[in-house]
Design a protein around this ligand. Structure first.
Ligand code: SDX
Length: 449
């Protein structure tokens, strides 16, 4: 949830019951500064009070002007523009520019952006060879993560992160080359010859061409699929301080190059609780198998048996419908009008209907999130299930780069290095007699915990 900077100021008056001392902590932008707690000590050798917030459930890690979310009202805006309007009227490249620069581009700025991105779509041939080193059944997210990290070896000057020109060219290279590398990974796994970029096509048309072109001299993009992909890229472009963006900011705070920082974001996005959810939704629908099995599946999720979750449902921030899910559902209707309804969509619709009426989900404010219908659209466009998160990564690169640069230019930011509550042993002497060591867990002969 974004705390609007305007959420009043004031003071928090606290009394430490250990000492009886009163403190007044300033409230700014609806937050207190954790460092203001350090003055609260229980004694002379007390290092001072710390805040404890596993998984950062209630901790603002930065000030950001890029994306605003109101989870209760289901609001999502990029640089103040409602996601619904951007999805309807903008293009992914225009949104990528907006996220980075804070303003929509003029025609001249847009034309320059399109030119530079178009003429940086190729990758070094050794990247293609690197991708060919993977087995036929490699997960494309593993291929994408490692090949994006490898790019830093091809652009050694990118580590000059305080040089704006270097940041500009790295931004162009990443936005331009992610689709190429994603498509190369796809074609490798499929055992198909690589299709090189076609600079006469738009960003999304070119991506579909590198994915789907076979023997035809030029790929004829399907306008419904092209627009659907454009909208899905826009919807996935940024989402304030999500898990993968937090990873990019934390890794980038060491002043490593942006290729390596973005690779960290891809790694975080891979997880099934985050970007991997769109893939997990399809596996869940396959497991259900038929709309008539939905009720039993939902009961199993509610029982907590096997720790099953309703993938594509729930969100750390949205406690009402994810505004992106509404747009994706409408898109799904358009795409399925083109390719025809199928059983998986019927299962998804029955799953949503059942969950939205069930007290378990209502009480926990679990609604469909952006991933619930996305996978069904990608599947209807013949993308394999394990490729869905790659499509998420291509789009989110725009947000990761905007957030990475905002972090770098933020004078308040330093290398990310959280503290901890230590729960381990007190000091103890080394035991040189190996047969006299008794591990804390299991028998003295067992290595298992
Ligand atoms: C994305 O952060 C972002 O912005 C992410 C994202 C982005 O654009 O970057 O929006 C993209 O990652 C969307 C989320 C995709 N993930 C999934 O669809 C996976 C399924 N969803 C859950 O794993 C879960 O909802 C999370 C991870 C999304 C959110 O988890 P939280 O905020 O830590 O919530 P929680 O796990 O504490 O759940 C609260 C309760 C628990 O029940 P109780 O212990 O109170 O009994 O709700 C239950 C959970 O068990 N619950 C679910 C559920 N999600 C939460 N129960 C069943 N099915 C689910 N999907």
């Amino acid at each position: 949830m974004t705390t609007p900077a305007s959420t009043g100021t004031g003071t928090l008056d606290v009394r430490d019951s250990r000492t009886g001392t009163q403190y007044q902590l300033p409230i700014t932008d609806g937050t207190i500064r954790a460092n203001d707690l350090l003055q609260i000590k229980a004694g002379a050798d007390d290092p001072g009070l710390r805040s404890y917030d596993p998984a950062f459930l209630n901790t603002a890690s930065c000030r950001s002007a890029i994306t605003f979310i109101d989870g209760d009202k289901g609001i999502l805006r990029y640089r103040g523009y409602p996601i619904e309007q951007l999805a309807e009227k903008s293009t992914f490249l225009e949104v990528a520019y907006l996220l980075r620069h804070g303003e929509l581009p003029t025609q001249a700025q847009y034309d320059e952006l399109v030119y530079h991105v178009t003429y940086h779509t190729y990758v070094h041939e050794n990247i293609r060879k690197f991708l060919e080193g993977f087995r036929y059944d490699a997960h494309p997210m593993s291929m994408l993560c490692s090949s994006v990290a490898a790019l830093s070896a091809f652009y050694p000057d990118a580590h000059h992160v305080h040089d704006e020109e270097q940041r500009n060219i790295s931004w162009i290279r990443l936005i331009a080359k992610l689709p190429t590398m994603a498509a190369f990974a796809y074609r490798h796994v499929k055992g198909l010859p690589i299709i090189y970029p076609d600079n006469a096509l738009t960003y999304t048309e070119n991506f579909l061409s590198m994915i789907a072109r076979m023997s035809e001299p030029r790929y004829e993009p399907n306008p419904v699929f092209t627009r659907a992909l454009e909208v899905l890229f826009i919807l996935h472009a940024d989402h304030e301080q999500n898990c993968s963006t937090n990873a990019v900011r934390a890794v980038g705070s060491s002043h490593v190059d942006p290729f390596t920082a973005v690779a960290a974001g891809i790694a975080a996005l891979f997880g099934p609780l985050h970007g991997g959810a769109n893939e997990a939704v399809l596996y869940m629908i396959k497991e259900i198998g038929h709309p008539k099995n939905v009720k039993a599946f939902v009961e199993e999720v509610k029982s907590g048996k096997g720790e099953k979750k309703l993938m594509g449902f729930g969100h750390r921030v949205y406690k009402s419908y994810d505004p992106r899910a509404k747009i994706v559902k409408k898109l799904a209707d358009e795409v399925f009008a083109q390719v025809g309804m199928d059983k998986d969509l019927e299962i998804a619709l029955e799953l949503e209907r059942t969950a939205l009426e069930d007290e378990y989900f209502i009480k926990r404010k679990l609604y469909p999130n952006v991933d619930f219908y996305t996978g069904l659209i990608y599947r209807s466009m013949a993308f394999p299930t394990d490729f869905f998160t790659v499509l998420f990564a291509v789009a989110r690169t725009a947000g990761w780069l905007a957030q990475w640069e905002e972090m770098l230019l933020d004078k308040e930011q330093k290398i990310a290095r959280p503290r901890q509550i230590y729960t381990g042993y007190d000091e103890r002497p080394y035991e040189p007699r190996i047969n006299e060591r008794f591990p804390r867990f299991g028998s003295k002969d067992s290595l298992r915990r």
